[in-house]
Design a protein around this ligand. Structure first.
Ligand SMILES: [Fe+2]
Length: 292
């Protein structure tokens, strides 16, 4: 099946046009899509104007790997299980829609800082496939940055400072600031020590594996030195030159590889509905660039 590809920005993202992914795809098409996703898009790929029910979204996702599980949340944070024609409680919904005062999805409101999905797990999900059902009229954009380029753009001094080091990744559903690990023991939240630079299993390229929301502490450095170095790195991970900002339309399917990209969400008005359905691909333990 023929399709066309269009760059979404200079550094990251590719759009596939003239392809209906609700229908079965042949092996050659899947292989071409995978190449476009991993190489042309550097891990971020968009398909617009799709009409996908939950089973069609899962079937498309499964062409790229084994469907992944959810990280799980504390019972008090779990959204209300909500059944509807487009979704049920097995799917992860990202939504601010509330029924009886409780959100039907996770990460409901407003801004969300840059992060790699599930970097706080020993074997993070490899990729996320987000499908837009309802979007606000303004805001709620998703921004992506290219982590191959972030690493390559580091001055030699910073590359040397992080070579061979690990970073503590932790998360507890707070969206727009880092957890305060002075106030809450790290054992009480989802966390993992990860290499600061990973080797991507498919492209065999190095990618920077730190982000503003979830990276807390560099191993072997004082807290002050760790904080200062991480702040310096965030200027590279979030540089405008390696960024694509996506303005959603209903029917958009956006898929991203969590090993070579970070993403963030811009704020949006509380009164507007936003409903996205997410399916993931499972991943392996992250491989350090220096262990390859
Ligand atoms: Fe995310």
């Amino acid at each position: 099946m023929a399709f066309s590809t269009h760059k979404l920005s200079a550094s990251i993202g590719v759009e596939i046009r003239r392809l209906d992914i609700a229908r079965p795809l042949d092996a050659a098409t899947v292989s071409n899509l995978r190449r476009a996703w991993q190489y042309d898009g550097a891990g971020v790929m968009l398909l617009r104007d799709q009409r996908l029910d939950r089973d069609q979204q899962r079937a498309f996702c499964a062409l790229f790997g084994t469907i992944g599980g959810r990280a799980g949340a504390l019972p008090t944070r779990r959204p209300r299980a909500f059944e509807g024609p487009d979704y049920n409680s097995e799917d992860m919904l990202v939504s601010n829609i509330r029924v009886d005062g409780r959100p039907i999805g996770v990460l409901p409101d407003g801004e969300l800082w840059f992060h790699h999905d599930m970097c706080y797990a020993a074997a993070p999900n490899r990729a996320s496939f987000l499908y837009a059902l309802e979007v606000p009229n303004v805001g709620g954009d998703t921004m992506f940055c290219n982590m191959y380029a972030a690493y390559e753009n580091l001055p030699q001094r910073l590359k040397a400072a992080i070579e061979g080091r690990r970073v503590l990744q932790a998360f507890d559903e707070i969206q727009d600031r880092r957890l305060d690990l002075h106030a809450i023991p790290v054992e009480d939240v989802k966390h993992a020590w990860q290499p600061m630079v990973l080797l991507h299993p498919e492209t065999r390229r190095r990618a920077l594996y730190v982000n503003r929301l979830m990276s807390h502490r560099i191993e072997g450095l004082s807290e002050a030195d760790s904080d200062a170095l991480l702040e310096e790195l965030y200027d590279y991970t979030e540089a405008p030159g390696i960024r694509y900002t996506h303005q959603w339309r209903p029917g958009d399917l956006l898929m991203w590889d969590n090993l070579c990209s970070i993403h963030a969400r811009t704020d949006f008005p509380a009164g507007e509905r936003r409903l996205m359905r997410r399916v993931t691909i499972a991943g392996e333990p992250v491989v350090a660039a220096w262990n390859a």
